[in-house]
Design a protein around this ligand. Structure first.
Ligand code: CP
Length: 308
């Protein structure tokens, strides 16, 4: 990779060369035979203050598939000393003495930056509240390239909760690396894409537009990136109820979608993609989740300074 990224906290750290180098490493690692010892002797700590299935387990799988070890606290708000009042900074200082890299998911936006500011080992941001989810965005763009063979000249619809959905925010920012494409924001009125991301895209010269009518968007896009409405981030249940269920990818939607397009979702899903869609070859979200292992293998090798 062109330059070493020590802490992975923000997709803005990744330029085009670094990202394509990472994708090349992930391509090599996905074909690695079982029993690799590339990271033998290294230990990864996963500290999750919010629930997770994919991010935590795929990081742990990545580390163990490369021969490294894992220590973990999966409900750190309750089962770590956070419940006794320990700050995330102190926790990171301590765990930095136990492990060679730390994967952190936290409920507060900016927590990964705070952790990185005191860490003596690499921090990998696994999601900080409604802020960023950089490793997810990297695996999303990797999946687009793996499925469609390119990252340029693509029309990508980001659908659903674009206000609180950190994966959509991070992917929109990473899309600055793509050339000649367009982002289309399809969201309920309550959860539009943030002004900060719109301004960043404008400054980078990325084409984007809003289109509330999903049916009009589907025939003309290469990628539909559907997202869950983030119930846990709404102030009231009534606000959540007003935003949910507006956009559903079902068989009717798939019939409108371009035959060469793909459907992605960071998962978990609730009801925004119906299960009948799963059998469609354009439904790429389970393949996308598996790609998380390969991208995270590549990221671990990178931050630990091991050539993949
Ligand atoms: N996509 C994602 O972040 O999933 P988890 O919450 O299961 O980690």
């Amino acid at each position: 990779m062109s330059s070493i990224i020590r802490h992975v906290v923000d997709v803005g750290q990744f330029d085009r060369d670094a990202t394509l180098d990472l994708f090349a490493a992930a391509d090599r690692l996905r074909d690695l035979p079982r029993g690799s010892d590339l990271l033998r002797g290294y230990l990864l700590a996963t500290i999750f203050y919010e629930p997770s299935t994919r991010t935590r387990l795929s990081f742990e799988s990545a580390m163990q598939r490369l021969g490294g070890g894992v220590i973990s606290t999966e409900n750190a708000r309750e089962f770590s000393s956070a419940i006794k009042g320990e700050t995330v900074e102190d926790t990171i200082r301590i765990v930095g003495g136990y492990a060679d890299a730390i994967v952190l998911r936290h409920h507060e936006q900016g927590a990964a930056h705070r952790a990185a500011s005191v860490a003596r080992v690499p921090i990998l941001n696994a999601g900080d509240g409604p802020g960023e989810h950089p490793t997810q965005a990297l695996l999303d763009l990797y999946t687009i390239r793996h499925e469609l063979g390119r990252i340029d000249g693509l029309r990508v619809a980001l659908v659903g909760d674009l206000r609180y959905g950190r994966t959509a925010r991070s992917l929109a920012r990473l899309f600055k690396l793509s050339r000649g494409g367009e982002l289309i924001f399809v969201s309920p009125a309550q959860t539009p894409m943030g002004e900060d991301i719109r301004a960043e895209l404008d400054a980078a010269g990325v084409a984007w537009r809003e289109e509330p009518d999903l049916a009009r968007v589907l025939p003309g896009v290469d990628v539909v990136y559907q997202t869950r409405v983030q119930k846990e981030r709404f102030a009231t249940l009534a606000d959540y109820e007003a935003a949910k269920g507006v956009y559903i990818i079902d068989r009717t939607a798939m019939n409108r979608l371009n035959p060469g397009a793909i459907v992605l979702h960071p998962l978990p899903r609730v009801d925004e993609i119906t299960v009948e869609v799963d059998a469609d070859p354009r439904a790429a979200y389970f393949r996308q989740a598996e790609n998380g292992v390969y991208i995270r293998m590549a990221l671990l090798c990178h931050v630990l300074g091991v050539k993949a």
